[in-house]
Each structure stands twice: as structure tokens, then as C-alpha cells.
Design a protein around this ligand. Structure first.
Ligand SMILES: *Cc1c(COP(=O)(O)O)cnc(C)c1O
Length: 388
């Protein structure tokens, strides 16, 4: 049976490109195709779009245009921040501080840096996924060259105490990077208020195109280039700029700012309606992540005695697209590093499911989920080898 209803509740994975964003990009795919490094009028037209986009991004996050570097997305921005700052400060030290719930783009880069002689301290999180700023303070040594703590977690939605952590890093004069991929475009953003020195964002998480992002680097922060070649992006990121993508990123970011607080409030209300509804209808279920310090669109729950991936497949059959925190690898169920970090017992973590709401999500969509979920859970539990 194929459902005629299709409800997308996986906006933390990616979002559709808004029609206005596609419209803004279109001329730069066809008519205005010049290379911004070219001196002729074709190139200069593209260069103007590049400059205007950079100004837009800078203005919205409270930065200067000279502090914005366009990248191929969030993953590259994180790699650039970690590898670039580490490399530029190699004469100062070889120690990095991060958290146990970072995105793979940060954790895997830290592992790579370990192979290059860096030492990494991974600070723990509490049961809600919150990093204690005093743990960051304790982890810092006189060899620390970078602290990287994400703004909000993509799986469980917890929003970290970035401004508090930055007070610690400021005092010690250590560069502080935050992966803000889940928060940019979702909640108001200002790099000065956060007190960060580097901040990563990506367009496809806020209704822009895939394959384009940016890294904010505070003026005076030493950073080495990651991608070698030409002198684009002030000699810090080589390669002909993705002009249509960059124009789309700036347009999507601009649109996201319109009514951002009201939208976040309305989304948080729908999110809580979903969470409350699930709790009322399903036994042995718990909410993952912080009860209040969480992304307005994130509802992540663990349901005992069901397997997350079976639940996803059953939901997909009735037209609901969600995501799971457990991956079925070689027959064994390995819960995500985030669920492990918040101390979830195996038998609970493997039944985790994430709903991430978006602009198009309605109360009717949530009601449909609340209607479909209980019988699915009941059926899976009745078949489960995990009971008894
Ligand atoms: C999606 C995501 C990334 C990766 O961004 P890409 O643009 O897909 O490379 C990094 N960090 C977080 C927290 C994310 O949610």
C-alpha cells in the first residue's frame, strides 16, 4: 500500500529550496555565468552578486563581510575551522577541546587531527545533552589552540550554553568554533552575542540549496587554508565560487529572518503538541534532549521495545518521513554516539526516532502522526523479540 499523504518531518536532515530562492538563483545558472575572478563585465557582474551575498550573510549574523568565507557546506566549514586553526597555531600547542555529541564533521576531523599529532579532549554532556561550561574550562591546558562546541545538536535538539562557554575561551584567549548548522535560520543569530570566533552554517538546512555553506572567522583569528589553489576568498579558500549557490544561500538566509522569532515560537508550540501527544498515547516512551533548551523544530523520543528503523519503515508506509538515531550495522544495533553520550541504555536508545518540523508543518500533520504512531508501536511491540 502506498500512502497518498506525504508528510516530511526530517527538516534536520535537509529542507526543500524555497521557490523565491530558486528564482533568485536561476539567472546565475544561465545569463550571469561569468567567473567572478574575470576582469570583464561578465565576471564583474558575478563578482557583484558574490559581494552582495557576502554582505547579506555578514549583516544577518552580526559580522563584517571580510569575516565570511563561502564553502561547499557545513562539513567543509567545520573541517576548515578545525584543521585551519590547528595548523595555523601549531607553534602554540597541539590540543583541541570538543564535546561527545558533535556532528561527525567535527568528531571525524578531530580524529584526523589526532593522526597528525594533535591531542583531543572530549568533554561529556549531561543526560539532556548539555555541555557544562566548567568542564570546558577544566579541559583547557596551556597547549589548547581551539575549542569546538556545537550550537545545537542535530539529533536531540539540545541548544548549548555557547555564550557561557565563550566567556571561558575569551578569558584564556583561545579560539572558539561553533557548528551552528542547526540554528542559523531557525533562531536569531549574532556572533558577538555568542562570543564565538568561528561559526559554521550551511544553506540546505534553511531552505537554500545543497552544497554551499559558510564559515565565519572573526578578524584576527589565525587560520590556514584548507583547499589549495587560486586566491579566491581572500586566499583562504581556493576554487571558482559557486555563485548560484551563494546567491541562494544569501536569499534563503534573508528570507529566514522574516518573522524568525514568531516562527520559532509557533514551531515550538507544535513540537510540544507532538511530544505531549506521543507521551499521552505511548507507554514506556521518553523525550531525548533538553526539555526546554531545545531547537524549536526537534522532537526526539525513545520508545522501549521497538526498533527505530522498523518504526521508520512503518511510518514511511503511511507517508511520514522521520529519522532514527540507531543504525542497523552488520545485524547489530548500534545506537548513535549522541544517544550513547546522554547515557541511554541500549534497549531504549535503539528505539529512538526524530521528528524535525519545518515551515510547511501543520497541526493536521501532527494529528496524523499522533493517529498513526500508536498502532505502529503496538504492532511492532507485539512482534518484538526484545520483550520478555
Ligand atoms: C547537516 C549538518 C552538518 C553538515 O552540513 P553539510 O552541509 O550537509 O555538509 C554539520 N553539522 C550539523 C550539526 C549538521 O546538522
Amino acid at each position: 500500500m502506498k500512502a497518498d499523504k506525504r508528510i516530511y518531518l526530517d527538516h534536520a536532515a535537509t529542507t526543500p529550496v524555497l521557490p523565491e530562492v530558486a528564482d533568485a538563483m536561476r539567472p546565475y545558472l544561465t545569463d550571469i555565468f561569468g567567473n567572478p575572478s574575470s576582469m570583464h563585465s561578465f565576471g564583474q557582474e558575478a563578482k557583484r552578486a558574490l559581494d552582495a551575498s557576502r554582505d547579506t550573510v555578514a549583516r544577518i549574523i552580526g559580522a563584517d563581510a571580510s569575516e565570511i568565507y563561502f564553502t561547499s557546506g557545513g562539513t567543509e566549514a567545520d573541517n576548515f575551522a578545525l584543521i585551519g586553526v590547528s595548523k595555523a597555531n601549531i607553534n602554540k600547542g597541539n590540543h583541541i577541546v570538543t564535546s561527545s555529541i558533535e556532528h561527525h564533521a567535527v568528531l571525524e576531523t578531530c580524529e584526523f587531527l589526532q593522526t597528525a599529532g594533535f591531542e583531543v579532549t572530549i568533554v561529556p554532556v549531561d543526560e539532556h545533552g548539555l555541555v557544562d561550561p566548567s568542564d570546558v574550562e577544566k579541559a583547557i591546558t596551556d597547549k589548547t589552540v581551539l575549542v569546538s562546541i556545537m550550537h545545537a545538536n542535530n539529533e536531540i535538539g539540545t541548544i548549548e550554553l555557547i555564550a557561557e562557554i565563550s566567556r571561558v575561551t575569551r578569558e584564556r584567549g583561545i579560539p572558539f568554533h561553533t557548528d551552528a548548522v542547526q540554528t542559523v535560520g531557525a533562531i536569531p543569530m549574532n556572533v558577538a552575542e555568542l562570543g564565538v570566533d568561528l561559526l559554521a552554517l550551511t544553506a540546505h538546512k534553511f531552505y537554500g540549496p545543497k552544497g554551499v555553506g559558510a564559515l565565519y572567522v572573526r578578524r584576527g583569528t589565525r587560520i590556514a587554508r584548507l583547499i589549495h589553489g587560486g586566491v579566491q576568498e581572500r586566499d583562504r579558500r581556493a576554487g571558482t565560487e559557486n555563485i548560484p549557490g551563494i546567491v541562494g544561500l544569501a536569499k534563503a538566509l534573508e528570507i529566514s529572518q522574516d518573522g524568525i522569532e514568531e516562527r520559532a515560537r509557533a514551531q515550538a508550540e507544535l513540537r510540544d503538541y507532538l511530544i505531549r501527544g506521543l507521551i499521552a498515547r505511548i507507554e514506556d516512551m521518553r523525550l531525548n534532549g533538553h526539555p526546554t533548551k531545545r531547537l524549536p523544530n526537534n522532537a526526539n523520543v525513545s520508545i522501549q521495545h521497538v526498533e527505530g528503523e522498523s518504526m521508520l519503515l512503518s511510518l514511511d508506509m503511511v507517508g511520514i518521513a522521520a529519522s532514527s538515531g540507531s543504525a542497523c550495522t552488520s545485524g547489530s544495533l548500534e545506537p548513535s554516539h549522541v544517544l550513547q553520550a546522554i547515557g541511554q541504555p541500549f534497549e531504549i536508545a535503539h528505539g529512538s526516532i526524530r521528528f524535525s518540523l519545518g515551515r510547511s508543518t501543520t497541526k493536521e500533520d501532527i494529528d496524523y502522526v499522533l493517529e498513526q504512531m500508536p498502532p505502529i508501536v503496538e504492532r511492532l511491540r507485539s512482534m518484538s523479540p526484545l520483550i520478555g
